[in-house]
Ligand binder design. Sequence first.
Ligand code: 5AD
Length: 347
Amino acid sequence: MIVKDIIDRLKQKGTLPIEEFLVLLSNFSQEDLEYICSISQKIAEENFGRNIYIRGLIEISNYCKNDCLYCGIRASNKNSSRYRLSKEQIISSCEIGYSLGFRTFVMQGGEDPRQTDDFIVELIQEIRKRYSDVAITLSLGEKPEVSYRRFFEAGANRYLLRHETSSISHYSRLHPEKMSLSNRLECLRNLKKIGFQTGTGIMVGSPYQTNEDILGDIRFIEELKPQMIGLGPFLPHKDTPFREFAAGNLEKTLLLLAIFRIMHPKALIPSTTALATLHPEGRLRGILAGCNVVMPNLSPTENRSKYSLYNDKAALGAESAEGLLLLQKQLDQIDYKISYERGDFEG
Ligand code: 5AD
């Protein structure tokens, strides 16, 4: 089978049979990657123009009760210096963000047991009261359906929860026994049911991941039809059991971004911080593969280095909210521009 023909079929049909996906994932060349990106970029351009939505990322707590083996803020990492932002600190980040032009705030955090639902609800209400025109996105992990419902009713619009892997056996190698894939998938279904614009995704090249696992993720996402798809390379963190594993591969990440763009033309797909951390041109190459979102860091500067999911996480320059001019300069190189629209999913 010729990879280029497979790519053409993906473009025509918006999907592929298993065997063809496997050939594509395992046999693509540099040339094939360029070819698929030329297609996926065009699809993004047809749907969004050469515009990149921005989301202000506020990392509200790095306390986490979970112990995911890949993650730098896992509970058993005693070297992590923990912080929890106050409501005032978060609102002040929003104020800065709003004046810089952000119209989406993403509140992300570990599963912090001391951050109550009441706190989150009050926070959402306060942001909503101040800024009627912003989208409020949450990324706070697995919660009971009632909590999600309260957040939605308080005015949150979107929720990001990567499934990380759709394979039960792979899931169990990345997570401690008490976490379960079925619970995570249940959360995703609940979020969609409640009416959140829902995002999911994976790390590319996480330890023990096979192409068959990735294929499962492609199928899972095909069925779930999330409004947002988040996909970045795995990057090792020095204080985790996965410290010695290699980082995910740049080309494989770009290939998958291109595949997802072709399969989900209208999805919101960020060119992730992990991709920008992996390679100096990662951010731009993600956009050239069909991404249409970036999420600059809007956390208080003194906390940024503490929200360390993986080594050397980029949070400065074009990766930061203050660096929007720099980001625009980078985008100029590929003739793209920042969009200051709220950028909801339009299906
Ligand atoms: N490398 C890359 N991505 C990571 N994440 C967590 N730890 C790492 C790591 N070591 C991702 C997970 C999570 C998201 C917030 O960050 O996919 O869902």
